[in-house]
Design a protein around this ligand. Structure first.
Ligand code: FES
Length: 105
């Protein structure tokens, strides 16, 4: 069991989620009634993107929605992410906006 601090960068909200071994952060958050955006749940769409600020998180399958440079910058996909240590993650719309520049702007 690890403790994951979720930090909404676009507001003052924070939540701490207890993640059982072998469970993803997205599933543990849902079990705690904390709503996070998701789509495919397989690491393909990028809807669940967060950014690791501290701690150790691994993907249990290839994170297809992230390029190598995103991984190097600490982006993680919560639907396939399992924490190996207590962790601190930035979440919210601004995190995803950093990842995918809006082509309409
Ligand atoms: S929900 Fe699609 S990548 Fe996580």
């Amino acid at each position: 069991m690890t403790e994951v601090l979720l930090d909404w960068r676009d507001s003052d909200r924070t939540e701490t989620v207890s993640v059982p071994d072998g469970e993803t952060i997205l599933d543990a958050a849902a079990a705690a009634d904390i709503g996070l955006p998701f789509g495919c749940r397989t690491g393909a769409c990028g809807t669940c993107t967060a950014r690791l600020l501290s701690g150790d998180v691994v993907h249990h399958r290839p994170p297809r929605a992230l390029k190598d440079r995103h991984l190097a910058d600490g982006y993680v996909l919560l639907c396939i992410a399992e924490p190996r240590t207590d962790a601190h993650l930035a979440v919210g719309a601004t995190v995803q906006a950093e990842l995918v520049p809006n082509p309409w702007k």
